[in-house]
Design a protein around this ligand. Structure first.
Ligand SMILES: Nc1nc2c(ncn2[C@@H]2O[C@H](COP(=O)(O)OP(=O)(O)OP(=O)(O)O)[C@@H](O)[C@H]2O)c(=O)[nH]1
Ligand SMILES: [Mg+2]
Length: 192
């Protein structure tokens, strides 16, 4: 996706009075911090596992929103619920190559999806690391996350006719800068 389209996708976030609050969640090693750094600095940086929650104002073009990177290690996950109030969107990152942990990732995603505090919040699931040849396909990831029947479609939505919680899967590679822009574009339709 071109920077212009990504910019366009995020424009709606910038029209708000307050910053949108977006949580970056998912297991450790999924690529959350790498994505955040890429969005913020447009370059690839290597990271230590995130030990403490961080929050940053992100701007892409003139658009600002606040992103919370809470860390995905088991101990860090315990703090996730402290951040659920007034969330505008959740970006749930999955390592699409780490099949051994799909079940664990599904458990955490299920817990998030069934949390009352996040009941109406749009979820963008990013299947990351598509640049690695044995990465799972989008269908495979949907299947293992158990959300095949719950995703709401990638097209433009009629917000007035919205009964199901917005939930979609986009495959991406943060290191190749592919895929997540389309995901943001989809998600931005739901952020009012
Ligand atoms: N091949 C490949 N590796 C990636 C990609 N995105 C991230 N990684 C690598 O995945 C590893 C983990 O990335 P992080 O961004 O630190 O993961 P995290 O989700 O923040 O992990 P925690 O902080 O422990 O929750 C790093 O070695 C990254 O370089 C990608 O698109 N492709
Ligand atoms: Mg991290």
């Amino acid at each position: 996706m071109s920077p212009d389209r990504l910019y366009g996708a995020l424009t709606s976030l910038g029209l708000r009075q307050e910053e949108a609050k977006i949580l970056f969640l998912g297991l450790d090693n999924a690529g959350k911090t790498t994505l955040l750094r890429m969005l913020k600095h447009e370059r690839l940086v290597l990271h230590q596992p995130t030990q403490f929650p961080t929050s940053e104002e992100l701007s892409i073009g003139k658009i600002k929103f606040r992103a919370f990177d809470l860390g995905g290690r088991q101990i860090a996950r315990r703090a996730w619920p402290d951040y659920y109030a007034k969330v505008d969107a959740v970006i749930y990152v999955v390592d699409a190559c780490d099949r051994e942990r799909f079940a664990e990732s599904k458990r955490e995603l299920d817990a998030l999806l069934s949390d009352e505090a996040l009941a109406k919040v749009p979820f963008l699931v990013l299947g990351n690391k598509m640049d690695i040849p044995h990465a799972a396909s989008e269908d495979e990831l949907r299947y293992h996350l158990g959300i095949t029947d719950f995703t709401t479609g990638k097209g433009k939505v009629n917000l007035a006719d919205q009964t199901a919680r917005p939930l979609e899967v986009f495959m991406c590679s943060v290191v190749r800068r592919m895929g997540y822009g389309e995901g943001f574009e989809w998600m931005s339709q739901y952020i009012k």
